[in-house]
Write a protein that binds this ligand. Structure first.
Ligand code: FAD
Length: 470
């Protein structure tokens, strides 16, 4: 009987343990993607990007003589049960995910199918180290990155698997929805067409980018990774987020570069482990997703009005602080933001504007095509000071000195800010094509004065912190 391969955030054929295992049985394989309640709940950009990824996977499968069956329904279990009835499948395989909602859905789905006598198997692959397998000497979990890194770095990572030579088709294919009818772009009211050229779509593009990064970039990564105007990082987060590439593939490419003596390779490996650390924290303390990880921070007097004027200025890239504004516009146009930008805009929102980190987290979720629940939550709590191994609250980034240091020629600021420039950069102008009309902004508006003076904002944040009763 056929095996259903339920694709979720593992949109690739290479190094796919569940798919490899299914193909090795010699049984027919039915690849499936289900638009269930959890897909429905995704925010605008992640849902749109997922839709593109599903389309790319469907093409890759059909080039191999297979298909991707699409089904939509609020409850994944009933869609799978219907598929089992229609296809006579006797098994369902998938790659594990780790956020609490998915875990709870998958656990009950597995139980229900097993009760019906279906063989259900889940496989690793989204992570290199299952979160529950990394333990401190006393059997606890890690709250600090460096000892986590020291623990895992010597462990060895499974070698990536190849792509199965062939996927055996079933005698008859079950019916499928079409992707277009799902309208996964419906909430993308900002200019999806503007964002599209920045998308690095699918397994092949991700592999090509990894190769380019290892050949051309990693040697200088240690220095270039902090320069937002440079093409100085792997740019693989959107592909890792949807599993268009596996972390194992990235890790082993990094290890080969390390063995070839390429400087920067170890730093890259460490970044991959930050992603693992985020999942480790989410697994052991799921409250990191929506509550102050440090409970004593619950008493911090965060401003929590998402519609406040200053929050709106932050979202629109109109704070009058060039590094912050450039990064917020990069986010809106490309669906991504350089890591230095993420740290600076998050520090600015939570410290200079004293705004609840969850407001920023939510806006990132709305806009990021590399949105990842664990890395986004960890990044925001790290920046706000409320997380484990966080930057101390009293370390307030100064976006002006950061600009001098990391964008001395203003290449990044000029790329994204049109106002006040004689000949604005094309990308700076494309921001105005992406924004909704009601934002009421034009490229020839003057550049705003800072909404908060940097020094005064910093002092105010420190005063609140020092007077805290938490
Ligand atoms: P590279 O520098 O090439 O790093 C390689 C890979 O390592 C990345 O693709 C990513 O998977 C991982 N990585 C690197 N830095 C981090 C980090 N600090 N935390 C976790 N993993 C890391 N990353 C996301 O993938 N999704 C998010 O939603 C996200 N939200 C963030 C929010 C904030 C406030 C902050 C400060 C950081 C956030 N990050 C997030 C982490 C980081 O900014 C991005 O992973 C990185 O910018 C992606 O670019 P890259 O692929 O070129 O990274």
């Amino acid at each position: 009987s056929p095996i259903l391969i339920w694709f979720r955030r593992d949109l690739r054929l290479s190094d796919h343990a569940a798919l490899t295992a299914a193909c090795q049985t010699g049984r027919p394989v039915i690849p499936v993607f289900i638009h269930d309640g959890l897909v429905e709940k995704l925010a605008a950009a992640p849902k749109w990007r997922l839709g593109l990824g599903v389309g790319a996977l469907a093409e890759t499968l059909s080039a191999k003589g297979s298909r991707l069956i699409l089904r939509r329904g609020g409850c994944a279990l009933s869609e799978i049960q219907k598929l089992i009835c229609e296809s006579g499948a006797g098994a369902v395989y998938w790659s594990r995910l780790y956020d609490p909602e998915t875990v709870s859905r998958d656990t009950s789905l597995k139980e229900a199918l097993q009760t019906d006598g279906i063989d259900v198997q889940s496989f690793g692959g989204h992570l290199m180290f299952e979160p529950w397998t990394v333990e401190t000497k006393t059997g606890g979990y890690y709250k600090v990155y460096t000892p986590f890194w020291n623990n895992v770095k010597a462990r060895g990572v499974d070698m990536p698997r190849g792509t199965p030579a062939a996927l055996k088709s079933p005698a008859t294919w079950p019916a499928s929805d079409t992707l277009a009818e799902w309208r996964m772009d419906a909430a993308m009211d900002r200019g999806a067409a503007v964002v599209r050229p920045f998308v690095q779509l699918g397994e092949q593009a991700a592999q090509a980018r990894l190769g380019h990064f290892i050949d051309e970039i990693v040697s200088n990564y240690k220095a270039t990774r902090d320069i937002p105007a440079a093409d100085g990082t792997s740019n693989l987060s959107e592909n890792l987020s949807l599993g268009e590439i596996s972390p194992h593939q990235c890790w082993h490419a990094g290890m080969r570069a390390l063995q070839e003596g390429k400087a920067g390779a170890e730093t890259f490996l460490k970044e991959l482990v930050w992603r693992e650390f985020a999942y480790h924290l989410m697994h052991h303390t799921p409250r990191i997703l929506d509550r102050n990880w440090r409970e004593d921070w619950d008493a911090f007097p965060w401003k929590d009005d998402a519609r406040a004027t200053e929050v709106r200025a932050w979202k629109k890239g109109r704070t009058g602080v060039p590094f912050v504004d450039a990064a917020m516009r990069e986010l809106y146009v490309t669906g991504r933001m350089h890591n230095r930008g993420r740290m600076i805009v998050a520090s600015y929102l939570t410290k200079h504007l004293l705004t609840d980190w969850r407001i920023g987290q939510k806006w990132f979720e709305e806009c990021l095509i590399d949105w990842d629940p664990a890395s986004n939550a960890m990044g925001w709590q790290w920046s706000a000071g409320s997380g484990p191994d966080a930057t101390p609250y009293f370390r307030v980034f100064n976006p002006a000195t950061q600009l001098e240091k990391f964008d001395p020629n203003r290449a990044y600021a000029d790329r994204w800010i049109a106002e006040g420039r004689d000949a604005p950069h094309q990308d700076a102008l494309s921001f105005f094509d992406a924004i909704p009309r009601h934002w009421g902004m034009q490229p020839d508006d003057g550049y705003p004065d800072p909404i908060v003076a940097l020094d005064a904002g910093r002092k105010q944040a420190l005063a609140v912190y020092e007077n805290r009763r938490f």
